[in-house]
Design a protein around this ligand. Structure first.
Ligand code: INI
Length: 156
């Protein structure tokens, strides 16, 4: 990933309120994404009381809950976490595609940033690589993105 650092103020979670909606399907991956997101929230100074986590059955269910959180929760951003692995399912394209489409719809319709932290991969190995406890953890990256977007929206 090539992205220059954001300013210190835009990288701070202090005073922000964020919700995570995370799928339970493929939890051996999603649990690591969730840990990465929570760690980033803490590292950036977010308070535990201002971070809500909601679990849903699968990636297909993420948009409807993201919508509820975005429209009624007073959150500055929503982070959606999940993992869809092509090898596991003949309906990969439906689950992954509808999840992405639904989350983008909530993002644009609500005006509350919805971050796409859903892995859509070919193999388990690719998923493990992106969920490792490292700088590459997609959950942590998604939380960083949410915090930056909260700052961007507050500034505009
Ligand atoms: N849900 C996922 O989050 N990842 C998957 O890989 C997956 N597969 O393989 O099918 C998956 N399916 C469940 C789906 O998200 C819904 O929960 C289900 O269809 C009920 O609506």
């Amino acid at each position: 990933m090539t992205r220059p650092e954001v300013s210190e103020s835009e990288a701070s979670a202090r005073g922000r309120k964020v919700a995570i909606v995370a799928a339970r399907f493929n939890d051996f991956i999603v649990a690591s994404l969730l840990k990465g997101a929570q760690a980033s929230w803490e590292q950036r100074g977010g308070s535990a009381a201002d971070l809500q986590v909601v679990r849903v059955p699968g990636a297909f269910e993420l948009p409807v809950v993201a919508r509820k959180l975005a429209t009624g929760g007073g959150y500055d951003a929503i982070v959606a976490l999940g993992c869809v692995i092509r090898g596991d399912t003949p309906h990969f394209d439906f689950v992954a595609g509808e999840c992405a489409r639904g989350l983008q719809q909530v993002n644009l319709d609500s005006g509350v940033p919805v971050i796409f932290g859903v892995l859509t991969v070919e193999t388990v190995d690719q998923a493990l690589e992106r969920a490792a406890v490292s700088a590459m953890n997609k959950g942590g990256e998604s939380m960083d993105c949410a915090i930056e977007m909260a700052a961007v929206m507050a500034r505009l």
